[in-house]
Design a protein around this ligand. Structure first.
Ligand code: DP6
Length: 317
């Protein structure tokens, strides 16, 4: 019986993607830049079976995205039914990028188990079809995802050991996010009067973010990343019906990060499609940053992570 297990880390975008150029191929409208969270991981086991089953965090699920992806892959490579078992050491569907680590681990496990002989770029293409941000999780460190004609180019800009940064993730809710990314970003593209401005300014932000990472220029990266985050959430707010992901604790954490930075700590915030706040800082400041964030009412806990490496194979049969 063919089987394999792989893991991947989620990644958080510093210059964000929100809106697609091509829905069918799942190609983002704009380039994005992300870093990998090494202490969070999704581990996925796949094996040949007689009817396809998906089990996420010990619960059998009927997930349209995964089912559609699997059907496409099985058709393309003439594969048998596949059982997928996946679990994460962090909450799913809450803005912590479980679909990114999930599809990256799933792509690596499946291509290994069934000997699909895919190059890294081809693995990124398959992961992207599941969830665009997942293409970034096959690499480690700082990674870019850039739309091309019928695909995306994925590149590692800095290796995970090249810049000693850490991330304190303030968990500000124990609920799943109200609107998933795919539906939310389609609604933003279709209804927000600011969508054109968002795509235009994101292309400029990407250039600035890229050179800030290449030069390891923390203040420059802080400025670009916070602006990209605020612009994306402004776009979300201007969507009909409005997408409001933040809660009171999110705002407390933003204020705390701004105060810490004014006090001389190199730290900035970023927030995805959820209420959790990721505070990116120099590693020697991460304990102080996480202690400060933990104090706020509404912060359920703080998870600290260093920058992680690429998706990895655990075993194959
Ligand atoms: C806010 O990659 O989850 O995290 O491609 O539709 O699955 P789909 O969307 P997804 O969107 C990520 C949105 C984001 C920003 C980012 O990671 O760039």
């Amino acid at each position: 019986m063919r089987a394999a297990t792989a893991y991947a880390h989620p990644n958080i975008a510093l210059v964000k993607y929100w809106g697609k150029r091509n829905d069918e191929l799942n190609i983002p409208a704009t380039p994005s830049l992300a870093l990998t969270l090494g202490d969070l991981r999704t581990t996925t086991h796949v094996e040949e079976t007689t009817s396809s089953v998906v089990v996420l965090d010990d619960e059998r699920v009927d997930d349209n995205k995964i089912n559609g992806w699997l059907a496409q892959l099985r058709r393309q490579f003439d594969l048998p039914h596949i059982r997928i078992e996946s679990s994460s050491n962090f909450p799913a569907n809450s803005g912590l990028a479980s679909s990114a680590s999930g599809f990256a681990a799933l792509t690596l496990a499946t291509s290994t188990a069934f000997e699909l002989d895919l190059s890294l770029q081809e693995q990124c293409d398959w992961a992207r079809r599941g969830s665009a941000s997942a293409a970034r999780s096959l690499h480690g460190g700082f990674v870019t995802l850039e739309p091309r004609e019928n695909t995306c180019r994925v590149s590692q800009i800095l290796h995970e050991n090249e810049w000693d940064l850490s991330v304190a993730v303030a968990i500000t809710s124990d609920r799943s996010k109200s609107t998933g990314s795919t539906i939310g970003m389609t609604a933003s593209r279709d209804t927000s009067p600011f969508y054109e401005a968002w795509t235009r300014t994101t292309i400029d932000a990407f250039g600035l973010g890229l050179s800030a990472v290449q030069n390891k220029d923390f203040p420059a990266l802080a400025q670009v990343a916070e602006a990209s985050c605020r612009h994306m959430h402004a776009l979300m707010l201007s969507t009909e019906p409005s997408l409001i992901y933040w809660n009171a604790a999110t705002l407390h954490c933003i204020e705390a990060v701004e105060r810490m930075r004014a006090g001389g700590i190199n730290v900035f915030y970023t927030i995805d499609a959820g209420s959790h706040v990721k505070a990116v800082c120099e590693s020697d400041a991460v304990n102080e940053v996480s202690d400060r964030l933990r104090q706020f009412e509404g912060v359920h806990g703080v998870v600290v992570s260093s920058i992680g490496g690429p998706a990895q194979l655990v075993s194959e049969r």
